[in-house]
Design a protein around this ligand. Structure first.
Ligand code: BGC
Length: 348
């Protein structure tokens, strides 16, 4: 079978490799990928900033945003059924969080991640998937099921925001999302689904991003984060870029008692920031800034519900390009108007 592989840390190592077909072990399904989303993490792995091959191997099978059809079922999964796949596997110790199925909160860093950290990913013509880490996708979602994994990241972020917001005396109203890529747009979708007044800040002046934001009934902003934050005075910020200026800007000029959730990662970057002023704002306004990564089973299930509630026409806008498996490295090239790029396993 053909598989999308890379040597983590070695630029230009992406290739379509020929690998033996995998054999499912006890408790595993054999699934046939239909499509696979690519994201910034995949790009980072190729560029050397992230990623680790399975022990004793040089190459890693890439891909963690899977929509597949079950070929060989078991444990309640029938052949023909659509599934998405959880990315992280609990650490072997396990830490208190992993022991409770909250592997997204792993305390010792010994977790593994399919397609990212020490386990092969889902970018191959056949994949074995532990039934415990498969997520049923309703047929009506079809191809949009490929958005389950990125949506799970925001489902987790929103769950954490809601937990923190229980301390507030009155309901929060205004949400600012920084970044209008797939993570930002899905954050905005979930904010709109919760009834918030949603604002999205991005650089693009036209195209899919402003259209998708407006279609949610949300407001789209272009410009300086400080100016936009001053104007919006958000109760909640979901930072979806990891860009240093936006991260620093997103924490300031929020409403008192604001919650700032950081979801992006980016290469290290030095910035001159008045930490004293930032500290004073956080302290004097009881603000919370926290980071959020990954997702557990509950978040994947919440993601499926959010996608089912979304308008299919809105979800369609997010998948801006599909690339056939034999040309998969093209999926990692960043086009100006790309939102989610998907490797299509059926397209030749
Ligand atoms: C994935 C997460 C993962 C993170 C760090 C993201 O792209 O969606 O599941 O935990 O990268 O490896």
């Amino acid at each position: 079978m053909r598989a999308m592989t890379v040597i983590p840390g070695r630029p230009d190592s992406a290739e379509l490799s020929e690998l033996p077909n995998p054999q499912p072990k006890d408790g595993e399904l054999l699934v046939e990928p239909l499509c696979l989303g690519v994201c910034g993490t995949d790009r980072e792995i190729i560029e050397g900033g992230h990623g680790e091959p399975p022990p004793g191997r040089e190459r890693l099978v890439l891909g963690h945003e899977l929509l597949a059809r079950v070929k060989q079922g078991g444990a309640g999964f029938e052949p023909g059924q659509l599934v998405a796949a959880i990315v992280r596997r609990p650490d072997p110790v396990p830490c208190a969080c992993c022991a409770q199925g909250e592997w997204d909160m792993c305390r010792n860093g010994q977790y593994t991640e399919r397609g990212i950290k020490a386990l092969d990913g889902y970018g191959a013509e056949l994949v074995t998937l532990e039934a415990d880490f498969a997520v049923p996708i309703p047929d009506e979602l079809g191809t949009f099921g490929v958005l389950t994994e990125p949506s799970s990241i925001l489902a987790k972020a929103w769950e954490q925001i809601e937990r923190i917001s229980r301390r507030a005396c009155s309901a929060h109203e205004r949400v600012l999302v920084t970044g209008g890529g797939p993570i930002g747009l899905l954050a905005a979708l979930m904010g709109a689904q919760r009834g918030f007044e949603v604002h999205v800040l991005d650089r693009a002046t036209e195209g899919v991003k402003p259209e998708a934001v407006q279609a949610l009934g949300a407001r789209y902003h272009v410009g300086d984060v400080t100016e936009v934050a001053k104007q919006v005075e958000p109760d909640i910020v979901v930072e979806c870029t990891g860009v240093a200026e936006l991260v620093a800007g997103a924490m300031q000029h929020t409403a008192p008692g604001a919650i700032v959730c950081l979801t992006g990662v980016a290469p290290s970057r030095t910035l001159s920031v008045d930490v004293g002023a930032l500290n004073n704002e956080l302290v004097l306004e009881n603000d919370v800034v926290f980071g959020s990564v990954n997702a557990n089973r509950r978040h994947f299930e919440q993601a499926v519900r959010a996608l089912r509630e979304a308008e299919p026409d809105w979800l369609r806008r997010l998948i801006t390009r599909t690339v056939p498996l034999d040309r998969w490295p093209e999926a990692l090239e960043k086009g100006d108007d790309d939102i989610k790029v998907v490797v299509d396993f059926a397209q030749h």
